[in-house]
Design a protein around this ligand. Structure first.
Ligand code: SF4
Length: 243
């Protein structure tokens, strides 16, 4: 799967952002919206000269809400940003690299303890802002794996993540590109109504293949299904940066 997608799309240079801090802010704002809206919010924060931990943390709630308004759910997102900034500024002196370094599981637990930060957001921050080797699982990942018979039932985030991390080397660069490739595939082809005919994964084993397959096995060559009856579990919209 990786080789096919990488050949098709080439390096995608994720995640867009001038600094790791901007990447982390983007990862929090991107929940449940499209990336174009996040870019507007990021543009407003930068125009205010606040894309820096203490500057952003120092804003009052109303100002912060106004800046992030284009990203949708702006009150909730302003609250999440404040919670993240509180840990970053008060516990780590605004040093994001320090916050994301050290024992990987401990860094992850620290992020997950922040109100409103779930596994996908925590792993996105650790991978894309911190360069830590954690595979990011999103709705597109689930949808593609489900449609090809690799996922069945209701696996947890961790179950899906382990499918990748158990067979791939712990390589942040590889995870970075792999997740970006999956999102690109999801956005372009594996939509609610899939466009299998043009999709680079059309030769990958399909949903009708017998049994649950491993990621490694899934790189075999059998015709894909039409994917007409997609599972609802893959339908949650997760925004992603455009490449
Ligand atoms: S071949 Fe079809 S089901 Fe498979 S990833 Fe592409 S669009 Fe989705």
């Amino acid at each position: 799967m990786y080789r096919t997608l990488n050949r098709t799309f080439g390096p995608l240079h994720w995640w867009p952002g001038d600094t790791p801090f901007e990447v982390a802010v983007g990862a929090i704002l991107t929940q449940n919206t499209n990336w174009a809206n996040v870019e507007k919010a990021i543009g407003r924060i930068k125009a205010r000269g606040a894309m820096e931990p203490f500057a952003l943390f120092g804003l009052d709630n109303g100002d912060l809400e106004e800046l992030v308004r284009p990203s949708g759910f702006y009150r909730v997102k302003a609250k999440r940003l404040k919670a993240f900034l509180s840990t970053l500024c008060e516990d780590f002196g605004g040093d994001l690299a320090a916050m994301l370094s050290g024992d990987l599981l401990e860094s992850r637990r620290r992020l997950l303890a922040i109100s409103g930060i779930g596994e996908e957001t925590a792993d996105s921050i650790l991978l894309y802002a911190g360069g830590r080797p954690l595979f990011v699982v999103d709705a597109y990942t689930r949808r593609i794996l489900e449609r090809h018979g690799i996922l069945g039932g209701r696996p947890s985030y961790g179950d899906v993540q382990r499918l990748f991390m158990d067979v791939l080397p712990a390589d942040a660069g590889l995870y970075n590109q792999y997740h970006a490739l999956i999102v690109e595939t999801g956005k372009r082809f594996c939509r609610k109504k899939p466009h299998c005919g043009q999709c680079p994964l059309r030769e990958m084993p399909g949903r009708n293949s017998p049994g649950r397959r491993s990621v490694r096995e899934a790189t075999g060559r059998q015709p894909c299904s039409s994917g007409k009856k997609s599972s609802k579990r893959g339908s949650r919209k997760t925004a992603a940066p455009s490449s």
